[in-house]
Design a protein around this ligand. Structure first.
Ligand SMILES: Nc1ncnc2c1ncn2[C@@H]1O[C@H](COP(=O)(O)OP(=O)(O)OP(=O)(O)O)[C@@H](O)[C@H]1O
Ligand SMILES: [Mg+2]
Length: 254
């Protein structure tokens, strides 16, 4: 079980995250939503052990992750928001490197990488350098790299970014299958339609603060809204989209 208690992060004097708490149990998928700049990636960096919180703590199976960060990182799989891949390695070489860093045996890496590349239709591209890949191809490599060591906790920061329809569908089913396999999943996204389908629980953030936390059904019922998208718009009260669009067109046409 992952327990996040009263996380706060301040960058110099700017509060990016204030007093955020949640729990993820095996089989649960927590959807983490919020407008741009609301603190999602900051939370992700803290729960992956890449960033120290200003206050608050993260516990995995009762132990503070700070006590043995190396052991914690071994059970985490992370798909970052931005792909920092080595452009001069081929897709397969990158996966072999990650597999070795994760301590997997050569034949396990070869089998898992080969099969996962095939599932994501990357087999024909496995010997091309990552620098020549499209955005969606890089995203598929990141997904495979994050899952190859069979992590218990999987953290996705905008995993659908750039994925084509087929890969996005595979991804959606993959999240459900991972949940059935008892994994803990933290899923940051702006794609509410997918979040509504795959997540068991939802947190909505705004300006680093937790606006809502519950099951998808709880949120819809509580807000008396037909969809998660409507509940989200109601809670976050973003700008009137048609009015903003009209104003933009008006600005450039003057
Ligand atoms: N390294 C940093 N130094 C200073 N401020 C930062 C840093 N990283 C993030 N911030 C600030 O913290 C706030 C939250 O940023 P964060 O990246 O967590 O947002 P986000 O919810 O992931 O947004 P997006 O949807 O655009 O990815 C923003 O105001 C951002 O400017
Ligand atoms: Mg982000």
């Amino acid at each position: 079980m992952l327990q996040v208690r009263s996380l706060t992060k301040t960058y110099s004097t700017i509060p990016a995250l204030e007093n955020v708490s949640f729990t993820i149990c095996p089989g649960q998928v927590l959807g983490y939503l919020g407008p741009n700049g609301s603190g999602k990636s900051t939370t992700v960096k803290i729960i992956t052990g890449l960033l120290e919180p200003t206050a608050g703590s993260v516990f995995f199976n009762g132990a503070n992750i700070k006590d043995d960060l190396a052991a914690y990182k071994r059970i985490v799989g992370y798909v970052p928001e931005e792909a920092n891949l080595y452009p001069f390695l081929t897709g397969l070489e990158y996966l072999e490197l990650i597999g070795r860093l994760r301590g997997l045996k050569g034949r396990v890496i070869a089998r898992r990488a080969g099969e996962m590349l095939e599932i994501f239709s990357m087999t024909p591209h496995r010997h091309s350098t990552i620098g020549t890949y499209s955005k969606g191809m890089r995203q598929r490599i990141l997904l495979i790299a994050a899952l190859m060591h069979n992590p218990d906790l999987i953290i996705f920061d905008e995993p659908l970014s750039g994925l084509d329809v087929t890969s996005a569908l595979i991804f959606r089913e993959l999240v459900k299958a991972l949940s059935r396999a008892g994994k803990l999943i933290f899923y940051c996204s702006h794609v509410l339609e997918v979040v509504e389908k795959v997540c068991s629980h939802i947190i909505i953030l705004q300006n680093g603060k937790q606006l809502a936390y519950g099951t998808v059904e709880d949120l819809k019922t509580f807000q008396q809204m037909p969809s998660l998208e409507a509940a989200f718009a109601h809670l976050v009260q973003e700008r009137d989209a048609p009015a903003s669009a009209a104003a933009l067109v008006e600005v450039v046409s003057r």
